[in-house]
Design a protein around this ligand. Structure first.
Ligand code: HEM
Ligand SMILES: [Cu+2]
Length: 832
C-alpha cells in the first residue's frame, strides 16, 4: 500500500468515527438532536412555514381591502387577521429565521464543529415551535389576539379584551422570546469563545460581527417586552393595576416598554440581513469587502443609537417639546450608520467586477426598496409630518418597504447563495429570474399605492372604507400587486424544490468564496471539519480549496477521536489563541422534555389553572438540574493533547470557560428586566394620575433587618464555600431560604392588597422578583450541598457559576428591600 493510500483510508476511518459521535440518530433519535446544522435547518424551515401562514393572512387582508364596504370579513375577524399577520411576521418568522441562519452558519464560518451550548439551541427550537403552535391554534380556534401587533392597553386589558385572546399573545410571545434569549446567549458565547485557533477578533468574518452586535441587542432589547408582557398578564390575571389610570397605573407604561423593545427590534431584523449582504456581495463582486472596520464601527453605533429612539413611535401621545426634538434628531441621526453601510456596499461593487447571478439580483431589489423605505422613514422622523401620517396607510407602506426591503430580499439572496451549501446541489436557473421580477413588481405595486392612500387619509387597521372616499382604485391596484407577489413567492418555492430534485452536484466552493463554510464537503457532515484550521488571515479572505482537503485529511487540530467525546477548541475572546478543550454534551432528549415542561407552565397560565403552575416550575427546575449531570463526569485528566505538539486544559479547569460567560450574560438580561421594572415603577410615580395612593404601608422593620442578615449570610457562605464547600453551601442554603420566606411575608402580609393601587402592586412585584431569585438560589445551593456530600467536592466551575447567582440575588434582594422606602418617600413628596 502506498503512503497516500494509507493516509486516505485513515482519513476515511476518522470521518466514520466522527460521524458516529456527532451524527443525529434516525427515527425517534431525531427528537434528541442537538447538532447545530440540524437545529439551524429546523429553525429556518419552521420560520418559512410561519412566513407562509403570515403571507396567507396578508392575502386575506388585501382581499378584504380590494373593494369598499367589502363583506369578506367582519370587524372581529379582520382584527385577528392583521394582528396575527404582524405578530407572526415579526416574532415567528423574521427573528427565528435569522437565528436559524446564524445557528447553521456561524460554527462553519468560525471554523469549528458546533456552538457552545448545543442543548440550549435545541431547547430554544422546541420553545419556539410550541409557542408558535399555541398562537396558530388560537387563530384556528377563532380566539387569536386582536389588539394589533403592539397590543396597546387598555385595548388589550381585561376590561376591553375579556376573552383569552390577549393572554394567548402575552404568553405565546413570551414563550418564543425565551427561545430568542437563549439563542442570544448561545450566539454571543460561541462567537467570543468557540472559534478556530488564531482567529483574533479583528479577523472574524464580518457576519460574526453582525451577529455579535445583534445578539447583544436581543439580550437587552427583549427583557423590557418580556417584563411588559408579564405585567400585563399579571394585571389581567390577578388585577394588579399597572396600566389602569384609575388606580395609579398608566397605559403609557406599556407603550414605553413595548417600543423600548420595538424599535431595536427593527434593527435586530435588519442587521443579520445586512450581515448576509456584507458576506455575499464581496464574493459576487470578486473583491474584498470595502471598509471592514468602518462597517463594524457603524453597526456598533447603530446598536447604541437604536435604543434611544423608541419615542418616535409615540410622538402623538403628548411628550414634552424638548424631548420630542431630541428623539426626532436622534431618529434622523440613525440614518448615518445605515448610509455608511450602503456606501461601503456600493464601493465594493464599483471596485469589483460583479458577475450576474440570482443572489445579486435580489441584492439589487434590496437596494431599491430599502432606500425608498429609508427616505419615508426620515420623513416620518420629522414630528409635524408624523402628526399628519400617524396611523394611516402611509406608515404601513413605510414599514413594509423597510421590512420587506431590509429582510425579505436579503433573505432570498441568502437562500440562493447558500442553497448549494445546504443541499450540495447547484441551482438550475429557469424560474429564478421570473420569480424575482414578479416579487419585485408585485411588491412595489402593492405598497407604493399605500403611500398614496395614506396621504389621502386612509387609516390603518380599518376593515371597510366608504365608496365615496376615492381610495378604491388605488386599493384595488394594491391588492392585484399583492397577488402577483404571492405568485412570485410560490415560484421561488417551486424553484427550490427543483434545485433539490434536479440540481447537479458540484465539488467545492461554487461561488469562489473566501470563507470557511466552503472548506467542507456539501451538504455538510455533522462535525463540519475533520480537524480544525489555524487562521492567520482575515477569515473572509481564505482559500477553501487549499484548506478543505488539508482539514479533511485530519492534519489540523483535534484531528482524532478521544473517548468518544465531542471536542472543540475554546479560544481567548480577543487574541483567538486557544486556551481550552471544550467537551460538548452528547445528544439527549432533555431539551425537548424541558421545553414541554415550560410549555405546560404557559398552558396552565393560559387556562387559568394557577394552582398547578408551581408543579410545572418544579419540573422545569428539576429537568435543568439533570442537564448538569454530564458535565460532572469530566473531572480528572489535566492537560489534553490537541495535535501539533500542543496540550490544553479541559474547559471545566480553564480560566474562562464558556458556561461562566453564559451565566454573566444571563444575569445581564435578568438585570435589564429588573432595572426596567424599577424604572417602570418610578415612571408611574412621575406620570400616572391618582398618585399618591391613600394607604402606603412599609415592611415591619424587624423583618427588613432579618432579611438583610439572611442575605449577608448568603454572601458570606458563598465566599466561604471556596475553602469549605459543605458548611459554606449549608450557610448559603439557610440564608436563601430565610431571606426568601421573609420577603414573601413582607410582600403578602405587610403590604395592603396590591390590587388597590399601582404603587403597592409595584412593591409586591419587586419583592416577588427577589423571592423567585432566592428560591432558585435555594435549589442551586441545595443541589450543590447534596452533591458535595454524596459525590465528593464539587467541580470548581459549578461553584464559580453558583457564586455569580448568589451574588446577584443578594444585590437584587437588597434593592427590593430598599425599594418600598424609596417609593414611599417619593410618593409623600408628590408626583402624579
Ligand atoms: C408578503 C406580503 C405582505 C403583504 C401583502 C402585507 C400586507 C399588510 C397590510 C395590508 C397591512 C395593514 C393592515 C391594516 O392596517 O389594516 C399589514 C400590516 C403589517 N405587516 Fe404586512 N404584509 C406583507 C408582508 C409583511 C412582512 C414580511 C412583515 C414583517 C417582516 C410584515 C409586517 C407587518 C406588520 C408589523 C403590520 C402591522 C400590523 C398591525 O397593525 O398590528 N408584513 N401588512
Ligand atoms: Cu422606531
Amino acid at each position: 500500500m502506498s503512503q497516500t493510500n494509507r493516509t486516505n483510508s485513515e482519513a476515511i476511518a476518522l470521518h466514520r468515527q466522527l460521524e458516529h459521535i456527532w451524527g443525529t440518530k434516525p427515527g425517534w433519535g431525531r427528537l434528541a438532536a442537538v447538532n447545530h446544522t440540524v437545529v439551524g435547518r429546523r429553525f429556518m424551515l419552521t420560520a418559512l412555514v410561519f412566513f407562509a401562514i403570515g403571507g396567507l393572512l396578508a392575502m386575506l387582508i388585501r382581499t378584504q381591502l380590494a373593494s369598499s364596504n367589502s363583506a369578506f370579513m367582519d370587524a372581529e375577524t379582520y382584527a385577528q387577521v392583521f394582528t396575527m399577520h404582524g405578530s407572526i411576521m415579526m416574532f415567528l418568522f423574521a427573528i427565528p429565521f435569522f437565528e436559524g441562519m446564524a445557528i447553521y452558519l456561524l460554527p462553519k464560518l468560525l471554523g469549528t464543529r458546533d456552538l457552545a451550548f448545543p442543548r440550549m439551541g435545541a431547547y430554544g427550537y422546541w420553545c419556539y415551535l410550541f409557542g408558535g403552535t399555541m398562537l396558530i391554534a388560537a387563530l384556528i380556534g377563532g380566539v387569536a389576539p386582536n389588539s394589533g401587533w403592539f397590543m396597546y392597553t387598555p385595548l388589550s386589558s381585561a376590561v376591553y379584551a375579556p376573552g383569552i385572546n390577549s393572554d394567548v399573545w402575552l404568553l405565546g410571545i413570551t414563550f418564543v422570546e425565551i427561545s430568542a434569549l437563549s439563542a442570544a446567549v448561545e450566539l454571543i458565547v460561541s462567537i467570543l469563545k468557540i472559534r478556530a485557533p488564531g482567529m483574533s477578533i479583528d479577523k472574524m468574518p464580518i457576519l460574526a460581527w453582525y451577529m455579535l452586535v445583534v445578539a447583544t441587542m436581543m439580550l437587552v432589547g427583549f427583557p423590557p417586552l418580556i417584563l411588559g408582557s408579564i405585567l400585563l398578564e399579571v394585571e389581567r390575571a390577578f388585577d394588579l393595576p399597572f396600566f389602569d389610570p384609575n388606580r395609579g397605573g398608566d397605559p403609557l407604561l406599556w407603550q414605553h416598554l413595548f417600543w423600548l423593545f420595538g424599535h431595536p427590534e427593527v434593527y435586530i431584523i435588519f442587521l443579520p440581513a445586512a450581515g448576509a449582504i456584507s458576506t455575499i456581495l464581496p464574493v459576487l463582486s470578486g473583491t474584498p469587502l470595502a471598509g471592514y472596520r468602518l462597517i463594524i464601527a457603524s453597526i456598533v453605533s447603530m446598536a447604541f443609537l437604536s435604543f434611544g429612539l423608541w419615542v418616535h413611535h409615540m410622538y402623538t401621545v403628548g411628550i414634552p417639546h424638548l424631548a420630542l426634538s431630541f428623539f426626532s434628531a436622534a431618529s434622523a441621526l440613525v440614518a448615518i450608520p445605515t448610509a455608511i453601510q450602503v456606501f461601503a456596499w456600493l464601493a465594493t461593487i464599483i471596485h469589483g467586477r460583479p458577475r450576474f447571478s440570482i443572489p445579486l439580483l435580489h441584492i439589487f431589489g434590496f437596494f431599491f426598496v430599502f432606500v425608498i423605505g429609508g427616505l419615508t422613514g426620515v420623513m416620518l422622523a420629522m414630528v409635524p409630518f408624523d402628526w399628519q401620517a400617524h396611523d394611516t396607510h402611509f406608515v404601513v407602506a413605510h414599514l413594509h418597504y423597510v421590512l420587506v426591503g431590509g429582510f425579505i430580499f436579503p433573505m432570498l439572496a441568502m437562500a440562493y447563495y447558500w442553497m448549494p451549501h445546504l443541499t450540495g446541489k447547484q441551482p438550475v436557473q429557469h424560474l429564478s429570474n421570473a420569480a424575482f421580477w414578479m416579487i419585485f413588481i408585485g411588491f412595489n405595486t402593492t405598497f407604493f399605492m399605500m403611500h398614496l392612500t395614506g396621504l389621502r387619509g386612509m387609516p390603518r387597521r380599518v376593515f371597510v372604507y366608504p365608496p365615496e372616499s376615492g381610495w378604491e382604485t388605488l386599493n384595488f391596484l394594491s391588492s392585484v400587486g399583492s397577488f402577483v407577489m404571492a405568485m412570485g413567492f410560490a415560484l421561488v418555492a417551486l424553484d427550490f424544490l427543483l434545485i433539490f430534485r434536479f440540481g447537479r452536484a458540484f465539488r467545492r466552493n461554487p461561488w469562489k468564496a473566501g470563507t470557511l463554510e466552503w472548506a467542507m464537503p456539501t451538504p455538510p457532515p455533522s462535525y463540519n471539519f475533520a480537524s480544525l484550521p489555524y487562521i492567520d488571515n482575515r477569515a473572509d479572505l481564505l482559500d477553501p480549496e487549499a484548506i478543505g482537503p488539508h482539514l479533511a485529511a485530519g492534519k489540523g487540530y483535534l484531528g482524532f477521536v478521544r473517548h468518544d467525546r465531542m471536542e472543540v477548541l475554546g479560544v481567548d475572546s480577543i487574541t483567538g489563541e486557544p486556551d481550552q478543550v471544550v467537551i460538548l454534551p452528547r445528544q439527549t432528549y432533555l431539551p425537548v422534555w424541558t421545553a414541554l415542561a415550560t410549555g405546560s407552565f404557559f398552558l396552565l397560565m393560559l387556562f387559568k389553572l394557577y394552582w398547578a403552575t408551581p408543579f410545572a416550575l418544579v419540573a422545569i427546575v428539576a429537568l435543568f438540574l439533570l442537564w448538569n449531570r454530564s458535565s460532572a463526569a469530566l473531572e480528572g485528566g489535566d492537560m489534553l493533547d490537541i495535535g501539533h505538539g500542543k496540550s490544553l486544559p479541559v474547559h471545566v479547569k480553564a480560566a474562562s470557560p464558556p458556561s461562566h460567560l453564559a451565566m454573566v450574560l444571563t444575569l445581564v438580561a435578568d438585570a435589564t428586566l429588573y432595572i426596567s421594572l424599577l424604572f417602570g415603577c418610578m415612571f408611574l410615580w412621575v406620570s400616572a394620575p391618582n398618585w399618591p395612593p391613600a394607604d402606603l404601608a412599609l415592611p415591619r422593620f424587624g423583618l427588613t433587618l432579618g432579611a438583610v442578615a439572611a442575605m449577608l449570610a448568603v454572601a458570606m457562605g458563598s465566599r466561604w464555600s471556596a475553602s469549605h464547600p459543605a458548611p459554606g453551601m449549608a450557610l448559603v442554603l439557610a440564608g436563601h431560604l430565610t431571606a426568601g420566606l421573609l420577603l414573601l411575608t413582607v410582600a403578602f402580609i405587610d403590604m395592603p392588597a396590591p390590587s388597590g393601587h399601582a404603587a403597592i402592586a409595584s412593591m409586591v412585584v419587586v419583592l416577588v422578583y427577589a423571592v423567585l431569585h432566592h428560591g432558585i438560589g435555594t435549589v442551586f445551593a441545595g443541589h450543590a450541598l447534596w452533591s458535595t456530600l454524596h459525590r465528593g467536592p464539587l467541580c470548581t466551575l459549578t461553584l464559580r457559576i453558583g457564586r455569580l447567582w448568589h451574588g446577584y440575588t443578594v444585590l437584587a434582594g437588597l434593592v427590593a428591600l430598599v425599594f418600598p422606602y424609596v417609593l414611599d418617600s417619593l410618593a409623600r413628596t408628590g408626583g402624579g
